[in-house]
Design a protein around this ligand. Sequence first.
Ligand SMILES: Cc1cc2nc3c(=O)[nH]c(=O)nc-3n(C[C@H](O)[C@H](O)[C@H](O)COP(=O)(O)O)c2cc1C
Length: 286
Amino acid sequence: MEVKMINSNENAKNMNILMAFFSATGNTKKLADVIKNKLEDCGILVTIRDITSYSSRVEKLSVDEYDAVIFGFPIYSMRAPRVCREWLATLDGKGKKSSVFFTYGGFGKDPAHYFIKKLLEKQNFKLVSTAEFLGAHTFNRSGWKAVADRPNESDFEVAQDYVARTVTRFSGDDSKEVGEFKKPMYDESQFDQAEKYRFGLISQLPTRDSTDCCMCGICEKLCPVNAMDAKTGIANDSCIACFRCIANCPDNVLHTNDISNSWDKKLELHKMTAEEVESLQSRIYL
Ligand SMILES: Cc1cc2nc3c(=O)[nH]c(=O)nc-3n(C[C@H](O)[C@H](O)[C@H](O)COP(=O)(O)O)c2cc1C
């Protein structure tokens, strides 16, 4: 129903939308691709800015030529990744409309919506919608088992609806901004503390553990924070544990420590069963 409505939305046609996304292991990019295709089906011009690499975030970005901006981020430690928040803080939204979609591995996603709204408004963007999509948890590569088969067709369907509803807001047919999100129980400094939890878990940062390496250097080239040294095959302390090097290693010789023992504790911490995590659905917020 919504999708049909947007196809006939004349105001949306010829809009010029920027979509900027960060995707270390590909889930957020999968959603970005579906969203881009749907926007183009609506006659919208879409410019993509992939901000995963270090150099792409250094380059200055102006939103002047765009009617609206869509941001796509994974959720890291319950918020958008720090590198993305730092990049957002360099932008001037000039009062333009924006929307944010997240991918996440099934845990603690609510603070991400609350804090991104605060940040975007501070940067002078108007936020009209947000969405969250399930995406295999990055740490599955070290032994967890969270939503391994996501995103799937049901998530992509929600993404189509997300485009329809968001574009209706961008085009002015529905000019509301997104509603308020519940304030988290903890403040930002406590979330900063929680961010360090990942290094308690991933105590051995990505390291080459085999001689079967073709020395292609992809791990070093792709690292979003310039933390990987291809010669030594060890990531330094700037590593954000995004696993981009591990996911893209053609020889599969980069690994962290095995964290499979912590999976049951992770479920316990979030008071969820494995079945409850698997049955989570992607969601749109208006
Ligand atoms: C450092 C780090 C922290 C993460 N924190 C969370 C989290 O708090 N909640 C969650 O559900 N998933 C978390 N994840 C999982 C990612 O949000 C999820 O796998 C996402 O889809 C990855 O996106 P990408 O493939 O585009 O990089 C985390 C992943 C990483 C690397």
